[in-house]
Ligand binder design. Sequence first.
Ligand code: DC
Length: 224
Amino acid sequence: MNYDIAIDGPAGAGKSTIAKRLAKTLDLIYVDTGAMYRAIGLYMIRKGVNSSDEAAVVKALKDVDVDIRYEEGMQIVILNGENVNGLIRTEEVGMAASAFSALAPVRAHLLNLQQGLAKRSDVVMDGRDIGTAILPSAFLKIYLTASSAERAKRRYKELLEKGESADLAKIEEDIIKRDEQDMTRTVSPLKKADDAVVVDASFMNIEEVTDTILKTYNDKKETK
Ligand code: DC
């Protein structure tokens, strides 16, 4: 019996924050699959590969080795031996990750890594296709969502807190564009798995979302 938790949902819904908290409370390994796609996005930006040129992408992928390591419980993404954690959180890399992740060879490139991690230990894995494609028999599947306006507001606040300038309308526009890209691609699009529990975090804080999921998880464990 596995006790994996799969969390899918659109960008900025709070998946990683919630997943980290669940992992800590339940003593599970947190796996951030978006970071792996971001590492590939970064590689393609560096090499000037265009996502519309699938043959070039396939060729470039031959030289891409993505791996992960854990340091003090934190996931470190390694791209061809380089720790790229500090380089993959930009909007540019996020958009590239979204564009390249629509291609089947890119998804195939990360499949073994993702499924292998869940074989080794019980995980909280977040992404877009975890409940539908990567871990179809996860113990609990959550579809975590929030309105684009709320997600944009949170991202806007985060940037201001970091002392960066931000444009709320542009942030929401980017979020909507990324949702559209992730939900309409033909290979493993973002969608709720039939057996996923939907949690709408538009008007819930982090504690409320975490507690809701923990309760669902514990209730399910008790009835098993
Ligand atoms: O969760 P994130 O913002 O770090 O993900 C970046 C992009 O990677 C996202 O827009 C789509 C893609 N992705 C994916 O296709 N499948 C996943 N399991 C995780 C991310």
